[in-house]
Design a protein around this ligand. Structure first.
Ligand SMILES: O=C(O)CCC(=O)C(=O)O
Length: 408
């Protein structure tokens, strides 16, 4: 195994092959197990002072997180699939080919694991640690200028006798997290999932319901608070469960929040203090709903692994298990932040029909302070974050006044 791992890291071309070879026929659980064993070996080698290349292992994870490991698939078909999907892979940094250091081992799973910084300038210049403050700011400006925002969603429906834009309040910010950052975040989520599976997270943090019918059974990981969609077996009503403790927001998630506040996506007056991670396997869905009012508006959903569509409308139809229809379908690209606010949060329902391929989302929310769990305390790191003041995007897009380009 050790020998294989060495060539795994040295031969970038072969890394997928080797992961496929080792994991062929494995179920999702065994994929995760193999991944953690490999990362443990990597960590040990690192501790031994061996120069360690990350590429092989990270690229291999691309394979496993995209779920291309079906028993019945031929190897050549898998390879073809891998090549086809690699251009969209969040695990390959097409911009500079670099991979960030992310220590991964069972010992360091959990909060310490998430301590790495989001490298704001990644893919643009040198590593942020080595740049001076001014060039850091410039790099962040460049990254920020690449973010596109669409706010003009519109669907006029009759609500209480009045014609209303039921999509008012929705915003889609694209390219907020670059491919390297997406990879780091997904990697962190897989570590958290692993901890959940091992029973190392608080009981209500991690949930993996039985897949009792098509569309049901996505894995969820809740931080800051947990909530019930419906009355639970203890008689707790829908909403935040105040007498249950869950794990706090991981450090990396707090960095994501900081990024979104700095980049004027999250107002500093409504900084989220909780989130739900949804891990969708192929076929999983979220049925039509309006989010519970124990959470303030807006919410912010970040998408990973594969794009999917979210449906909106006051009247969404359930066609069959996991299949829904509605008047508006909005694609959620990977690395984007979708803001759900206003009528889009309170009047229209939304749902995610059964996804075609594995997808992860993180939805950040701020709890109504009257509804927070009894043992909840605010994280000081999330207090006082200030937005950056860049040159107005309106100015930079003045010559290209399309909706896609207009900003804030
Ligand atoms: O996964 C998504 O994009 C949407 C998640 C959602 O609607 C929810 O958690 O309530």
């Amino acid at each position: 195994m050790e020998k294989l791992l060495i060539s795994f890291n040295e031969e970038e071309e072969d890394d997928h092959e080797i992961f496929n070879l080792l994991s062929d026929g494995f179920c999702h659980h065994c994929h995760l197990l193999l991944h953690h064993r490999l990362t443990l070996l990597r960590k040990r080698r690192k501790l031994n002072g061996t120069l360690y290349l990350e590429e092989g292992l990270e690229s291999s994870r691309d394979n496993h997180v995209n779920g291309n490991s079906s028993n019945s698939e031929s190897k050549s078909k898998r390879n073809r699939k891998r090549r086809d999907s690699s251009s969209n892979s969040p695990f390959l940094n097409k911009e500079n080919g670099r991979h960030l250091d992310s220590s991964s081992s069972p010992e360091s799973l959990g909060s310490k694991q998430s301590d790495f910084e989001l490298c704001i300038n990644d893919g643009i210049g040198e590593d942020s640690k080595f740049g001076n403050e001014e060039s850091e700011k410039q790099k962040e400006c460049i990254r920020y200028s690449q973010v596109q925002c669409k706010k003009d969603f519109s669907l006029i429906e009759r609500v209480d006798g009045r014609f209303t834009n039921v999509l008012q309040g929705l915003e889609l910010h694209t390219q907020v997290f670059n491919p390297v950052e997406q990879r780091k975040i997904v990697e962190c989520i897989y570590r958290l999932q692993w901890r959940g599976m091992q029973g190392k997270l608080k009981e209500r943090t991690y949930s993996k319901p039985k897949k009792w019918m098509r569309g049901k059974g996505r894995v969820t990981i809740q931080f800051g608070c947990c909530y019930n969609y419906a009355k639970d077996k203890n008689g707790n009503p829908p909403g935040i469960v105040r007498d249950e403790e869950v794990d706090p927001l991981p450090s990396l998630f707090k960095q994501m929040i900081k990024r979104m506040v700095r980049w004027n996506i999250i107002p500093s007056t409504c900084i989220p203090d909780s989130c739900i991670v949804n891990i969708y396997d192929e076929g999983d869905c979220i049925p039509p709903h309006i989010d519970h009012h124990d959470f303030l508006r807006p919410f912010y959903t970040v998408s990973f692994l594969n794009q999917c569509n979210i449906l909106f409308g006051t009247n969404l139809q359930v066609l069959s298990p996991g299949e829904f229809s509605g008047p508006v379908s909005i694609p959620l690209p990977v690395g984007s932040v979708f803001v759900i606010n206003g009528n889009g949060a309170n009047v229209a329902k939304h749902c995610i029909p059964s996804v075609m391929s594995k997808r992860i989302s993180i939805t950040f929310r701020k709890m109504d302070q009257k509804k927070v769990p009894y043992k909840f305390s605010l994280d000081p790191e999330l207090e006082g974050i200030k937005p950056l003041h860049f040159i107005s995007k309106e100015t930079s897009y003045r010559n290209n006044p399309t909706t896609e380009g207009s900003h804030r």
